[in-house]
Write a protein of this length. Structure first.
Length: 167
């Protein structure tokens, strides 16, 4: 198994059922539920030095999902161009998430998630099987959709294990 396959499998293993589209909805709802209970002050919490604040983590979820949405769209439409990777640390450093209100970040997350749901729920099933290349690795549009779910659940687990226990 390649490093890329291990990376992908790590996130896919977080999806609790075969109905990944339902899990997309559930993980979005769970994220909103958790973040809706934070105050502005709490949302600036990071569990360790050089770790993201809760605001930065939320915007990371939105940023990553947007990148994945574009990849899904491109591959589902048959685009054969190789798509670049992205540096999540650079994106977080340049996000200025901590300068924004928690409510604006939460609204953005909800809109991005709704967009993902519409894209994935209305996509032709055969188009989701299309394979493209992103960041030097071949992957199907469907697998990227599943990565959105697994990535989100991965970060929800981190919030529960490292943030909530220390707030």
């Amino acid at each position: 198994m390649t490093d890329f396959q291990k990376y992908v499998q790590r996130y896919l293993d977080h999806i609790p059922s075969e109905d990944w589209l339902e899990e997309l909805k559930k993980s979005g709802e769970r994220t909103v539920e958790i973040y809706s209970n934070f105050t502005e002050e709490q949302s600036l919490f990071a569990y360790a030095e050089r770790k993201w604040t809760l605001k930065e983590l939320l915007l990371h979820l939105s940023d990553t999902e947007r990148v994945f949405q574009y990849r899904i769209l491109a591959f589902a439409r048959g685009d054969k161009n190789e798509l670049p990777g992205f540096d999540e640390e650079l994106y977080a450093d340049q996000s200025f998430a901590n300068e924004r209100s928690l409510s604006s970040l939460l609204e953005e997350y909800q809109l991005v998630r709704k967009s993902s749901q519409i894209l994935l729920e209305t996509a032709n099933l055969s188009a989701l099987k299309n394979i493209g290349t992103a960041n030097g690795n071949q992957i199907s549009a469907e697998t990227i959709g599943k990565l959105i779910v697994g990535h989100n659940i991965h970060h929800l687990n981190i919030i529960e294990e490292r943030y909530l226990l220390n707030l």
